[in-house]
Design a protein around this ligand. Sequence first.
Ligand SMILES: C[S@@+](CC[C@H](N)C(=O)[O-])C[C@H]1O[C@@H](n2cnc3c(N)ncnc32)[C@H](O)[C@@H]1O
Length: 365
Amino acid sequence: MVAWKKKSHARAEAIEAVCARTAELGQALPRLAEGPTPALPAFPWEPELDPAAGELDEARALRKRQQIVSAAAHALTLTAKGAHVVEFGAGQGHLGLLLARLRPDAAVTLVEVKEYSCAAACTRAQRLALRNVRVFHGSLEAFEQSGEPFDVALGLHLCGLLTDATLELAARRGAAACIVPCCYGQLFGAVDHHRGGSAAPRKAPFSSSFRAALGEELLPLYAEVAKGADHASVGHNGAFDTESSAAATAQRCMKTIDTDRLLWLLERFRKEEELAGQGTSKELAGEEAGGLNGPSLTVDKRTCFSCELRNLEPVCCSPKNSVILVSQPRRIVSIKEGECASTPLFQATIGAGLSKAAELRNVTS
Ligand SMILES: C[S@@+](CC[C@H](N)C(=O)[O-])C[C@H]1O[C@@H](n2cnc3c(N)ncnc32)[C@H](O)[C@@H]1O
């Protein structure tokens, strides 16, 4: 057998062994409500909202529109009235701007490291006259250091460990999350892409249930599953054949990696519950309350962790179509002194912590 055939055969065997051994583990996950994701209400693609306004050709623009609409539909299922939604790795803000347009009651912060993407997002938000959008020019880590609270973490095509850093930050802040991951192969790369949080390249799955199930025999093969998730045979113009065996394998690999991520979050949540004492409400202030100096928060620890793996629809809109949904595991039930509750959008969240942030642009000021 020629060398490349040997290699792809070995990878296929590794994927089969790991996916088969871990296939049942996802059943331990507490599920969000069953049922289809509600469709978005009809809305016009205003020029500044439309990804086609950039440099995309029509076929790519159509797929990008489908990705954004589907991701927004999933995100809205987690977005309560008046929620603060933060899109990490927002790029030019395709997803966050649509969400802000559809939900004027919500406050949307776009977090992005690239200066030119931030500038483009600001311009788009200004032209759309969106009063509920801000752009945070800086990394996830810089945003984290600002200590600003939020309710929902969003991310569309977050590369490798940026997905994990976002999920981890959301878990730490008791926020919900709606993330579409990409670049799965980077998870086990030798290079640390500095995605923020404590997420760094690892040699093994994140969850202890996956590690226990695979044991020493199969653990070294797990990286092949991460690589397999990236191999959906994307053809000309970014299009791909959803019926191909490569796409089916990539789907299986994505589901396996994302199930491990959710089990990791569940284990983390259970550990926190154990430490905090189940069924109790806890009053948080200062650092614990997310760095806010003013009001103290009462957090209800009774709300359960629940999650779901879904897909962007139609699945042909992107080979990276897995959607990770996590409900808000802790619910803030009251805010003492009423300061946060009565202030207009955003003023509530501008505490001392933000001066530490890289740069914050309120696009309507
Ligand atoms: C694949 S792009 C996706 C952009 C956008 N979400 C979209 O779908 O059009 C990933 C984005 O994450 C940004 N990024 C990478 N690492 C980051 C970090 N640590 N904090 C914030 N943004 C980051 C990159 O600059 C890039 O714009």
